[in-house]
Design a binder for this molecule. Sequence first.
Ligand code: ADP
Length: 496
Amino acid sequence: MKKYIMALDAGTTSSRCILFDIGGKIVSMAQREFPQIFPREGWVEHDPMDIWSTEAAVAAEAVLKIGARWDEIYAIGITNQRQTTVVWDRKSGQPICNAIVWQCRRTADICEALAKDGKEEFIKERTGLLLDPYFSATKLQWILENIDGAREKAEAGELCFGTVDSWLIWKLTGGRVHATDYSNAARTMLFNIHTLEWDEELLSLFGVPRSMLPRVMPSASLFGYTDAALFGAEIAIGGVLGDQQAALFGQCCHSVGEVKNTYGTGGFLLMNTGERPYMTANGLITTVAWGIGDEVTYALEGSVFTSGAAIQWLRDGLGIIDTAPESESLAASVPDSDGVMVVPAFSGMGAPWWDPYARGMIIGITRATTRAHIARATLESLAYQTADVIDLMQRSLGEKITALRVDGGASANSLMLNFQADILGVPLHRPACIETTALGAAYMAGLSLGVYSSLAQIRENHKIECEITPKASPEWREEKIRVWRRAVERSLGWIE
Ligand code: ADP
């Protein structure tokens, strides 16, 4: 009798496995961190074998620790850190170099040259993306140009490229399947999000041989079966999608206009925009949310560079709290921030400011300012930055959102969430299961294997644990945002 859906969550710093029952409840969980490799300033790498071995280990651990059997698993769903680029040898299954991680800035000059060449608009039209080292194409180009023999082998069809999902599918199937899904392909900068195919012109722009690329499939598909030699059973891989898209799906933002924010190290806002890609010119990204059968759902995405990381800074940088949750009690010890504003532009400001030269700032300090005011202002900055991105989305679409679904580490902070609701003027919903990324992958796998017959059936599982309603007046909100914007303007262009 089958009972569980397994989600493999291949994150940036750790590999996780969660077993869910079909009601979407967590039954077992295992997690292992793996090394972050920093060969130079601004470079970030992972050993693909570390990603694979930790992911295989947590899968085994999650099953064994509850005494489950492999044949009790309906299907596997994979969700992963996006954009990170892996290249391996088709015959040996060995990576030819470390994976270049999404955070890695080594291809900034390639991007600058392309921008000078006037390629930005064309790339944006085809891919929905901004020209930035964040995405896979320039990382892959760098590998082909800098790793000995890579270009020749690639031209000869001996190499495979993939994002982390493809790498895991390859390993799980014993090298039988080289595939990815629409949501991951959409982050490579090689994929045409309108035709849902690899784009020949982009491939030639980045010098990528067609033979290296995985087959692109809908997110809910039968990607293949795990090699029986691996776990002793052939388990269907039924769902694959990038981490933020998985969170959108796991939050059950299945309808147009539904939006979620994940307050992790950074903040990730995604809005379901339905069956057509919604192209904007204001720095938001247009991406594929998921594909189910013939139906493709698109999303608008905006990010906040520094979200929960600002709370880590209170703890590790300033040392004014010992743990992240303590930020809440400290901030609650004062009625408000007493005019103090913190702009956490530690690595520049993203949407809608787009200024890599901005730097962090605390302003409005008086003789009466205490660490509690600074903690409170820092928590509030998470909310202001989120409101800025939502404002941009609303202006792009010409419509107001009616609620915001929240998850991620800092969404545990009720003081911050109350402020967020007040600043936005819409209710926030926090689900009972905040492991929305893994849950989204599990749901997708369950959907493709027929464990769920419809999205409506999945939504029956969705429980809101708390609803936070706004209490502030529109005048209060406008005034707060006005002051926030004055503060941000003072932090822009600081690096000369
Ligand atoms: P990631 O997946 O990016 O590692 P998580 O979703 O695990 O992030 O969230 C971790 C972040 O949440 C950290 O930056 C941490 O500072 C922040 N955080 C965790 N708990 C709280 C809390 N109670 N209040 C505010 N921030 C918190």
